[in-house]
Write a new protein. Sequence first.
Length: 57
Amino acid sequence: MLKWALIFFVISLITGFLGFSGVSAATATIAKILFYIALVVFLIFLVLAFMAGSVVV
């Protein structure tokens, strides 16, 4: 998911450079949403890993 966020970010930069501000804003929004979803999933897995580690020991 982080890969897709990076792809949309690069597309946003390229379209912004070329002057397509509407497309640039849309892809930047998509990239931001995907980044936050990836961050939440990472934090959930981090908490689950700590919980599983404390159960085993």
